[in-house]
Design a protein around this ligand. Structure first.
Ligand SMILES: Nc1ncnc2c1ncn2[C@@H]1O[C@H](COP(=O)(O)OP(=O)(O)OP(=O)(O)O)[C@@H](O)[C@H]1O
Length: 235
């Protein structure tokens, strides 16, 4: 099977003219389909920037970045929008809509997929909430849920469309140890069932063991660290 992500000689700059600043240097990385990769590294090292480039949330300027078979360097806004339909995102601050119920939030994960009827969306969203253990809370609003429950709604929203790629930025940062563990176990199980690839950025040492492989970022560069090949080296 071809890799889900192939990155070659990728550089990235923020700003223009005198303010132009390089934040990624010659990134080379391949991620296989179905792999769970954790990216670690100090604050400001460029992890989120790389994640957002892979996710098509900003456009890459040089080198090559192939995601699910599509080249994203020099992609048009329309191509990036298309690419994003195959991804699920999970962020630290879950980004739920406070005026929508858990069910309505999860349904939003299907709304870009026009071939699904409203009633099918409803059923699939409810099933997904059940899978993350929130069948009792489908009609709750985010303010009525705990941090861990909110993050589970965000996971349900990210995975309800069965994306081929899940990108997660510090998904456990706002959670206590037990909720953080539950959330990553859930991501791991659902991803294994659905066969999707996961790229997860974290500072949370407690969850490194879910990774098939850990990569380190430092000062905008991926560190070639043989110890990073095995999560066991971190535990
Ligand atoms: N919109 C922006 N404009 C200019 N510089 C930016 C912008 N976003 C990030 N940067 C800079 O790019 C560098 C990498 O930031 P990035 O957020 O990717 O790091 P990170 O490793 O994800 O950090 P953290 O772990 O704190 O989230 C930092 O020096 C940051 O100041």
């Amino acid at each position: 099977m071809s890799p889900a992500i192939i990155i070659r000689n990728l550089d990235y700059f923020f700003g223009q003219g005198q303010l132009r600043k390089q934040v990624l240097y010659n990134i080379n990385l391949e991620i296989n389909t179905g792999e769970i990769i954790i990216m670690t590294g100090p604050s400001g090292s460029g992890k989120t920037t790389l994640l957002t480039l892979i996710g098509g949330l900003r456009s890459a300027q040089s080198g090559s970045l192939q995601v699910l078979g599509q080249e994203l360097v020099d992609a048009t806004a329309r191509q990036l929008t298309q690419a994003r339909r195959h991804h699920g995102y999970i962020f630290q601050a879950h980004n739920l809509h406070s005026s929508l119920t858990a069910l309505q939030n999860v349904k939003m994960g299907l709304e870009l997929h026009q071939n699904i009827s409203t009633s099918q969306m409803q059923v699939r969203s409810a099933e997904m909430l059940k899978e993350v253990g929130l069948e009792e809370q489908v009609n709750y609003y985010p303010d009525e849920l705990s941090g861990g429950q909110k993050q589970r709604v965000a996971i349900a929203r990210a995975l309800v469309s069965h994306p081929q790629l899940v990108l997660a930025d510090e998904p456990t940062a706002a959670l206590d140890s037990k909720s953080g563990r539950d959330v990553v176990n859930l991501m791991q199980n659902l991803a294994r069932e659905q066969g999707c690839t996961i790229l997860l950025v974290t500072h949370d040492n407690r969850i490194l063991d879910i990774a098939d492989r850990i990569v380190d970022m430092e000062d905008g560069r991926l560190i070639d660290n043989p110890a990073a090949l095995s999560p066991a080296a971190y535990i």
